[in-house]
Design a protein around this ligand. Structure first.
Ligand SMILES: Cc1ncc(C[n+]2csc(CCOP(=O)(O)OP(=O)(O)O)c2C)c(N)n1
Length: 319
């Protein structure tokens, strides 16, 4: 697929924004200023940016406990996202959701989910609505390989296939479900093979190659927009950080992280963009500086935002 210069710069910028946001979040969390529990996605940015970069604003996404990257890549405003992480009233969910239950409906980020696999069932509902209302919008649901062993995966895939719903299943293979290596809980090498069981396409893509992810996402979106039903993208990648912030990672074999860091998706694309003359060192620096400024601004915004009043707890409750 031929990717324009503008699109390449856009994809690179999305990845850099995600990385910068999560790196600064690491720092703020470590200092104890940020409450809650954090699962970060450094190393997996090409999956988030490659898929979201191919979507329209009105298309929907669902993510997981490791979902910041997808939401930023879909275009959510960083200030309310950061305020949400700090549990403040100006957060995108008024400080109630925290890291694992972010939502930003205006950019199509319909929800993250701390329950492994459950985002798929909810995404199924959105994909059904998109079809029922005769839009040609699509939904992408992101998850890790651990979620492919849940009933939610199989039930959702089956129903999406039977009803021919515009649902893209995006499995980011980061090699571990918590501390369990993939080979200890999945009996086959490639989870994309499972799509055949539902009569849908299932493809493998190098999850550290943003252009490859983007090209595959475009095929999946075209397939879904034309009413052909679901599509599974299996993106093979790696998470640089532990399962959660503070995870000692003693389950990883020596040298594994170093090996994957050599395939860092941002570094790889940066080198390629320079080689192709799309961006020079100055252009790269400008994108990184801009991301740093935006994320630092978001931290400042979050810190200045008040804590929610106790009365907030009693509002917007469905009973
Ligand atoms: C239904 C359910 N079972 C168990 C857990 C505990 N848990 C949290 S994250 C996780 C591993 C998820 O692995 P994967 O789906 O591969 O996503 P990743 O963390 O690698 O991004 C588990 C088992 C949970 N949150 N929900």
């Amino acid at each position: 697929m031929k990717i324009s210069k503008e699109t390449k710069i856009d994809l690179f910028t999305r990845m850099v924004r995600v990385r910068t946001f999560e790196d600064l979040t690491t720092v703020n969390f470590a200092s104890g200023d940020m409450p809650g529990f954090l699962h970060l996605s450094q190393g997996e940015e090409a999956v988030a940016a490659g898929v979201c970069g191919a979507m329209r604003l009105e298309d929907a996404i669902y993510t997981t406990h490791r979902g910041h990257g997808c939401i930023i890549a879909k275009g959510a405003d960083l200030n309310p996202m950061m305020a949400e992480l700090f549990g403040r009233i100006d957060g995108c969910c008024k400080g109630r959701a925290g890291s694992m239950h972010f939502a930003d409906v205006k950019t199509g980020c319909m929800g993250s989910n701390g329950i492994v696999g459950e985002g798929m069932r909810i995404a199924l509902g959105t994909a059904f609505a998109q079809k029922y209302q005769k839009t040609d919008n699509v939904t992408a649901v992101f998850f890790g390989e651990g979620a492919t062993g849940t009933g939610a995966f199989h039930e959702s895939f089956n129903m999406a296939a039977v009803l021919k719903l515009p649902l893209i299943f995006v499995c980011s293979i980061n090699l571990y479900a918590q501390m369990t290596p993939k080979s200890d809980h999945i009996a086959i090498e490639n989870v994309s093979d499972r799509a055949a069981g539902y009569g849908a396409p299932g493809v493998i893509v190098d999850g550290n190659d943003i252009e490859a992810v983007f090209a595959e996402a475009n095929k999946a979106i075209k397939h879904c927009r034309s009413g052909k039903g679901p599509y599974l993208i299996e993106a093979k990648t790696y998470r640089h950080h532990g399962h959660f912030e503070g995870d000692p990672c003693d389950y990883r074999p020596d040298g594994e992280l170093e090996k994957w860091k050599k395939k860092d998706p941002i570094d790889l694309f940066e080198k390629k963009l320079k080689k192709e003359g799309v961006l020079d060192a100055k252009g790269i620096k400008a994108i990184k500086d801009e991301a740093t400024k935006a994320v630092e601004g978001a931290v400042d915004f979050a810190r200045k935002s008040p804590q929610p009043d106790v009365e907030e707890l009693y509002k917007e409750i469905l009973a």
